[in-house]
Design a protein. Structure first.
Length: 185
């Protein structure tokens, strides 16, 4: 005689329940999730987007999870500071960041932040761009520049960076003659 179907299903659920719970508990005990952080995407020297990064620090067995979790804001601060000094942008891609560079920065700083050997890996869970439309992918290949345009851009950049233009403004008035920046206001 066959066992009733309900009994078989209950037995299967009873056996599968603890295994599924153990599989879910193991990663959370050996890893610490970083809160999402917004990192800039800079292409051709221009800020074109922000990407929200979700990452998880993989810890060695026996690592002090509470200590790593307490230092989590320092890891996020490190990512933001590094991203603004040397961007994690991938050439020609305004929607994604260089995961290898992010992993390298976090793994290099981990011994200093939480102790040597505590963090053994970094998992990039998700990258969510702030903007998905209206972005032009830049071409990583160099383009030929017309000499006249290049000269105009150079003059424009030199004028923009000249500190003397911030000192005083000289305006000529047809009735009173030259005025300085202080007289003009």
């Amino acid at each position: 005689m066959e066992p009733p179907l309900k009994l078989v299903l209950l037995a299967a659920l009873a056996l599968a329940g603890p295994v599924g719970a153990a599989e879910q508990a193991a990663p959370s005990q050996r890893s610490v999730a970083l809160a999402p952080v917004a990192l800039p995407v800079i292409l051709d020297g221009r800020l074109v987007n922000y990407v929200f990064l979700d990452a998880r620090l993989q810890l060695r067995p026996g690592a002090d999870v509470d200590r790593v979790r307490a230092r989590e804001p320092y890891f996020r601060d490190l990512l933001v500071r590094t991203a603004h000094s040397r961007p994690f942008s991938r050439p020609g891609d305004p929607l994604h960041l260089d995961e290898g560079a992010i992993r390298a920065v976090l793994l290099q700083a981990a011994p200093r932040l939480v102790g040597p050997g505590q963090v053994v890996g970094v998992e990039i869970v998700r990258q969510t761009p702030q903007r998905r439309t209206g972005l032009q992918r830049s071409d990583p290949r160099p383009r030929a520049i017309i000499p006249e345009v290049a000269a105009g851009l150079a003059r424009q950049e030199a004028w923009r960076c000249t500190p003397s233009r911030f000192r005083s403004v000289s305006l000529k008035s047809p009735t009173t003659g030259p005025m300085t920046g202080a007289d003009a206001s």
